[in-house]
Ligand binder design. Structure first.
Ligand code: HEM
Length: 401
């Protein structure tokens, strides 16, 4: 990003409403239209700027000094959003990120992989025990698997785990304009609030769990007690809706594109690439937020100092300047240049290694056992301000011989 120059132009103005029900029901169409207006677009109705195109968004996400995470459009203090990580800038962000990455990578990941693999294989074997089966890939596969494996690794009780999805749904609806829709979502999430509070205290953490490891850092003088609790809460907030949604969306993509399942079966080495393509095609998060601490210029377009900003990664994932034929799902697309579905820069998703592991392990278990995935009804997309995903994906799984 460069500093402002006299040649910079004002952003094109968008008169529509990115939070209308119409937009929430088809964010790819909507965010695509806004993206094609320019790399930065002024959203008049809410007085914020949207960074829409891949290259400029990637540049913006590098520039945390100018584009701060400590404030953003629609942000008000609330009980759902932990006040760490995604709402911090360095130097406090660095302390939080190092702490959380130390429990979501390294040796823990090796332990997770072994457990995730065993559970994924068990689940898929169970589903296919009697031959072809019709399931909802959201509830019967993604939710069943994710709510088993990750909470087990976090050391959470069995009872109440489903509340993690309601909590996540609340977290991802906070970040948008006040509306009746938002009120309903938050009322639903309120049920989960107490469970989350109860399960983030030090006394609740099982020996060796992720939570216990975070509290051990308090004993070593690296974190404050409340800081550790907020970090654990941020894992609860971001770690479940995202992965269930993206796994269900991936199976929808395969059910809609049977030739891609064939291609993957013939080339199982494409599995990691296929997952990256799936998360580009159907990202679990539509946007993030920043505030311009100083004037910025992106792609020749000016963002004035003090502006609130949305970082539109869902639309950027379909940017034709970056991805050829972006609206098609191709497991052999060259994904080596990356995507922005996990964000980019210092705020890159802290759980990306866990999310990738969960999804790849399950995809491998299904790939090794399933001949065909057929759509068995009309999938239903979930409606949420910030999150994107599917709440119902009816598919028929035909086992391999
Ligand atoms: C497919 C699943 C997931 C997707 C698509 C996703 C997406 C994202 C994105 C786009 C960001 C950047 C936010 C920003 O820059 O404003 C982010 C940050 C974050 N994610 Fe994820 N996420 C996923 C899964 C997870 C999981 C499983 C966890 C926890 C185990 C997690 C924890 C976090 C945290 C703590 C942050 C804040 C990082 C920071 O501010 O430095 N996410 N995620």
């Amino acid at each position: 990003m460069t500093t402002a120059t006299p040649t910079a132009i004002d952003a094109p103005v968008y008169e529509g409403d990115p939070f209308s029900m119409e937009a929430l029901r088809d964010p790819h169409k909507f965010d695509g239209e806004v993206r094609e207006l320019g790399p930065v677009v002024y959203i008049k109705k809410y007085d914020y700027y949207a960074i829409t195109q891949f290259t400029e968004l990637q540049k913006a996400l590098r520039d945390w000094r100018r584009l701060s995470s400590a404030d953003r459009p629609f942000y008000e203090d609330n009980p759902y959003r932990p006040k760490v990580l995604v709402l911090e800038d360095p130097p406090t962000h660095t302390i939080s990120k190092n702490a959380v990455m130390s429990v979501l990578a390294g040796d823990n990941l090796v332990k997770f992989e072994e457990y995730f693999t065993a559970e994924a294989e068990k689940l898929v074997d169970e589903l296919l025990a009697d031959g072809p089966i019709e399931i909802d890939a959201f509830n019967d596969l993604a939710v069943r698997y994710v709510l088993k494996v990750f909470p087990d690794m976090l050391g959470l009780p069995e009872e109440g785990r489903e509340l993690l999805l309601k909590f996540g749904d609340g977290v991802f609806n906070v970040f948008g304009p006040e509306s009746e829709f938002q009120d309903q979502k938050l009322a639903r999430a309120a049920e989960a609030q107490q469970w989350v509070e109860d399960n983030t205290w030090r006394t609740q953490q099982k020996e060796g769990s992720v939570g216990a490891q975070l509290y051990a850092m308090v004993d070593e003088g690296k974190l404050e007690e409340e800081h550790a609790r907020q970090l654990l809460k941020s894992i609860f907030a971001a770690g479940f809706d995202t992965t269930t949604a993206s796994i269900a969306s991936m199976f929808r993509a395969f059910a809609d594109n049977p030739d891609q399942w064939e291609l993957l079966k013939e080339n199982p080495d494409l599995l990691e690439n296929a997952w990256e393509e799936a998360i580009r095609y159907y990202p679990a998060s539509r946007y993030g937020g920043r505030v311009a601490k100083k004037e910025a210029v992106l792609g020749g377009v000016r963002i004035p100092e003090g502006s609130e900003i949305l970082t539109m990664w869902l639309g950027a994932g379909r940017d034709p300047r970056q991805f050829e034929d972006p609206d098609s799902f191709r497991v052999d697309r060259d994904m080596s240049k990356g995507h922005l579905s996990f964000g980019f820069g210092i705020h890159t998703c802290a759980g990306n290694l866990v999310a990738r592991l969960e999804a790849r392990v399950l995809l491998r278990a299904v790939l090794e056992r399933v001949e065909r995935i057929e759509l068995a009804g009309e999938p239903r997309q979930a409606v949420n301000y910030q999150a994107f995903g599917h709440e119902y994906v009816p598919v028929r799984l035909i086992p391999r011989d």
